[in-house]
Structures are given as C-alpha cells and as structure tokens.
Design a protein around this ligand. Structure first.
Ligand SMILES: Cc1cc2nc3c(=O)[nH]c(=O)nc-3n(C[C@H](O)[C@H](O)[C@H](O)COP(=O)(O)OP(=O)(O)OC[C@H]3O[C@@H](n4cnc5c(N)ncnc54)[C@H](O)[C@@H]3O)c2cc1C
Length: 472
C-alpha cells in the first residue's frame, strides 16, 4: 500500500521482499473493515477487492457483532477476504504502477547518513535510498537495527492455528474454556478444517509440531479427530507491543513492524494499510523537497495513538474472552451494553476505523476527520468526491462561489474543485454537522481545514500540510 501511495506521488520506490512469490502459507487476516475499503475506494481500486470477497458485517467487540449497516458511508459493511488474496491484489496494483519488487531478497542491515540510507541485501547486494520504511512485520529487523524500543506486554495466552484434514467429523464451531476460545471451522473447500486452540501454558518462539496439535485437541475435545495432512501449523499470542518511535532519522516503520497485538477484532492488517496511507503522501512531499522533514513527525503524532488504542482494546477483548464464570458474567453485561444504540455505534465506529479524528486543533467537527464521499454536482456533471482523490493529491473543495478561494501559490500541488452539494453532512457517531463552505482534504482523505464563508486559516493549513507557497 505504501509503495502504491509513493508511486502515485511519482516517487521512485522499490519493495524488497524475502519471500520468493506471493504465496502466503496459511490464513492470517480474514478481511477488511469499512475505513480500509474507503481508503481503497479513494484510490479507485476497491472494486478489485470487493469482487473477490464477501460483503459482511465484520465489526465486533468481545464476540459481540456490531452492525454498521446504518452508518453514513457507502461502505457500511466489511469484506471477508483472505490476506493472501489482499496481498495479491495489492501486488498486482503496484506492478501496474511500475514499482519494482525485488523478491527473494532479504534486508540484512542498513547504515544511514545525512543524505540517505545504504540498505544491505542478501547476496552482497545493496541499495541506496533517501528513506527506508520497515514494513517487515512484528519481528522487524529494521526496527531492531534502528535501535527503536518495542515496549509492551508479554503474552498471557498462546494459540495454535492450523489448516488440516480430519478423518472424523469434528465438533464444528467455537468452544470456550477458562483461558479463551477454541474453534473448528470449515475452510473454503468445505472439506478441510481451520483449527484454533489455546494452549494450557503460554508458549512462544519455537515451531509447534503435529504432536503439540494432537495433544491440544485431546485436551479441549477429548479426541484429535484423526487429524492429518497438516498444510499449515503456526502459533500466535496476545503479546501487545508498540514501537516507541515510528522514525529514527531516515528510517520509518509501518504495519506490524510498528505494532503487534492479538488478532481479536481483526485490526492488524487494517491499521497497517492505514499507516501506509497516512505516511505515503507525507514522505512523498518530503522526498520531493516541497515540505520540510518535520512533516514526518505528524505520522507518529497521528498514527501512534491509533495503534495504542488498538493494543488496549485487544487486551480488553482477550480478558473478556476467558470462559470462567466471572468473565462470562462480564461478557453478558457487555452484550447488554452493545444492544443499546449509542455504545454499539461508538464501538462499531472504532472497530471499523470510521471514528478516527487526528488532533488538528479546535474547530469544526470535520477537522481531522475522514471526508465523507459526497455526491458533488459541478459544471462537468455529477461526481463522487472520492474520485477526486484517485491520484493521491490534496483537494480544496470549494462549495461557495466559484473562484472564491485563491490557492494560486499551491496550484502545482493542490487541486481546486468548485462544486455544489445539497445533501446533509453526516458523520459516523456524531450525526449531522454544520455544512462548511469549503474543505481542504489531504491525500489520505482527512480534513485539514474547514471554511466558514471565508479563507481564514487556509494559507496556514496549506503551508503546514503541503509546503510553503511558490511564487507565480
Ligand atoms: C492468526 C492471525 C489472524 C489475523 N487476523 C487478522 C484480521 O482478521 N484482520 C487484520 O486486520 N489483521 C489480522 N491479523 C494481523 C495481520 O496478519 C498482520 O497485521 C499483517 O500481516 C501485518 O502486515 P505487515 O505487512 O505489516 O507485516 P507482515 O504481514 O508480517 O509482512 C512483512 C513482510 O516482510 C517480509 N520481510 C520480513 N523481514 C524481511 C527482511 N529482513 N527482508 C525482506 N523482507 C522481509 C516478510 O516476508 C513479509 O512478507 C491476523 C494475524 C494472525 C496471526
């Protein structure tokens, strides 16, 4: 996703990936939340994902489904789609954007100086880059070599996850025990089984064996159902850690390299994609020399709190997932709470990523929030707002008199759209908000400035986000 964002901004970018191909062993993420689908829609590629997945209500908290079908978004649902397919679609897109992917190469180290980063690869090769972004997962070598701390919480539970065949009909569905949940579900072919089992003692690090899997099945179900033909067997935990800093000089982190946590709630891949969309345009502006390096500080300021909140909520859900009587009582209380509209909306918006508000100061409710995908009317006919974001460029949407706002010194960077919008301005959770006269929208779809009939504050916002004015 980051490579695509940079390529759209015409930055020379390359991906180094140690896997030889797109094949991803086993299933990890099971889909996309609403805000991630919106971001893909902002780039005009969401249909590629929707065509291969299944629209579903996927948001939930502590096993309570949270329906978002009444939310004011075109994508008032999630998408069930395996991570491998998500990665394939993203890879195909970046290839269309002519981004080279150096597959089968591993980053083994790097050295940064005042002007760039030398990146060492296997096979005595190296690359020289202005910036290096570690998108290299929870065990990130780049994070470690950059000397960035990864504080947080050790695991309280570990799980085995596997894809197998079973000679006996298994006990389909979920089974809760004192430590947490266990589950046996049909894989897409309807024959094989996805197994998730919590382990009696927290284990991490070593590779689980078929014997571990058999024993864990017997512990929970009293039988191993004749498990055989294991095509994937892995272990995950609820360890929750977050990089103390998302940047060390010319080295940045995104995705699991910056934060790891339990998969409960299905957040990891989603917030990783959203990190990339937050960072991409900022890094592009710094690389092009339009903005000072300090713009990159806002990446940490904006995205660190989002992942910190996810860590907290996954820990809360792990605690609420246990099966002892007291936790069962807590879950029943939560279920009652989520049957009420306001808690349901509030948590559904958090889990689907629709409630994000970056702290851009006091002001209109839209400031720092996601720009809704309005149906605009203009001289050129009707158009959705998101289509104006396809090129990942900032947009000044002027809903007042045409040419009321002069942005000539930023015309090389910022697109001005004169249009009309007659509908209601409605935000998730907040409801209807006052209609603005103009809105400055960042390439990531968040609102950087809101007009109230004049251009007060517009020049400052343009300078802060898109660099100083250029003399005509
Ligand atoms: C069981 C399970 C279920 C999950 N379910 C969900 C879910 O439903 N929803 C959700 O949003 N998230 C889910 N997640 C989390 C999701 O899988 C991760 O958050 C996501 O994969 C993180 O993506 P990433 O690109 O940051 O890191 P990774 O997916 O770990 O990718 C890192 C990449 O970097 C490569 N790499 C690593 N080191 C090097 C190196 N030195 N040189 C070159 N290449 C390197 C790796 O080969 C890999 O391709 C789940 C995770 C698990 C384990």
């Amino acid at each position: 996703m980051l490579a695509a964002e940079l390529a759209l901004a015409r930055v020379d970018v390359a991906i180094v990936e140690r896997r030889e191909s797109q094949v991803l062993a086993g299933s990890r993420a099971g889909g996309l939340h609403s805000r991630t689908i919106e971001l893909l829609d902002q780039r005009g590629v969401h249909d590629r994902f929707l065509a291969q997945g299944k629209l579903m209500q996927v948001a939930g908290f502590a096993m309570n489904p949270l329906d978002i079908s009444d939310f004011p978004t075109r994508h008032n649902y999630g998408l069930a789609l395996r991570q491998e397919v998500i990665e394939r679609i993203l890879a195909a897109w970046v290839s269309e954007l002519s981004v080279p992917i150096y597959r089968g190469r591993e980053v083994t180290g790097f050295a940064q100086d005042d002007t760039g980063v030398d990146v060492e690869l296997t096979g005595s090769r190296s690359l020289r880059a202005n910036y290096l972004v570690g998108c290299d997962g929870g065990r990130s070598l780049i994070r470690k070599r950059a000397g960035i701390d990864f504080p947080g919480w050790d695991p309280s539970i570990s799980y085995l996850i596997a894809e197998v065949a079973m000679s006996e009909e298994p006990a389909w569905g979920m089974r809760r025990d004192e430590r947490g949940v266990n589950g046996l579900a049909k894989l897409e072919d309807g024959m094989r089984v996805r197994v998730v089992l919590n382990e009696p003692y927290v284990k991490q690090g070593d590779e689980p064996t078929l014997d571990d899997l058999r024993k864990a099945l017997v512990t929970v179900y009293g039988t191993d159902f004749g498990v055989h033909d294991v095509t994937w067997l892995s272990r995950f935990t609820d360890a929750a850690r977050q990089a103390a800093s998302y940047r060390a000089g010319r080295v940045l982190l995104a995705g699991d390299a910056a934060h790891v946590h339990s998969p409960t709630g299905g957040q990891g891949l989603n917030i990783g994609v959203q990190d990339a969309v937050n960072l991409g345009w900022k890094l592009a502006q710094v690389v092009s020399g339009r903005s000072p390096e300090s713009l990159l500080d806002s990446y940490q300021t904006e995205r660190h709190p989002i992942a910190a909140r996810v860590l907290n909520l996954t820990m809360a859900q792990t605690a609420a997932g246990r099966g002892d009587d007291r936790t069962n009582a807590l879950r029943a209380t939560l279920a009652d709470l989520f049957s009420m509209d306001e808690p349901r909306k509030r948590y559904a918006a958090i889990m689907s990523g629709l409630d994000i508000r970056y702290d851009l100061g006091e002001g209109h409710a839209l400031l720092g929030r996601r720009m809704p995908d309005l149906d605009l009317a203009s001289e050129n006919g009707r158009q959705r707002l998101f289509t104006r974001l396809h090129q990942a460029r900032p947009v000044l949407l002027n809903l007042a008199e045409p040419s009321a706002l002069d942005i000539a010194p930023w015309a090389d960077r910022v697109e001005r759209v004169d249009a009309r919008y007659a509908g209601v301005w409605e935000l998730p959770v907040l409801g209807a908000v006052t209609a603005p006269s103009a809105v400055l929208i960042r390439p990531d779809g968040y609102v950087a400035w809101v007009g109230a009939g004049n251009d007060y504050g517009l020049r400052d916002a343009l300078t802060t986000w898109f660099g100083p004015p250029v003399a005509a």
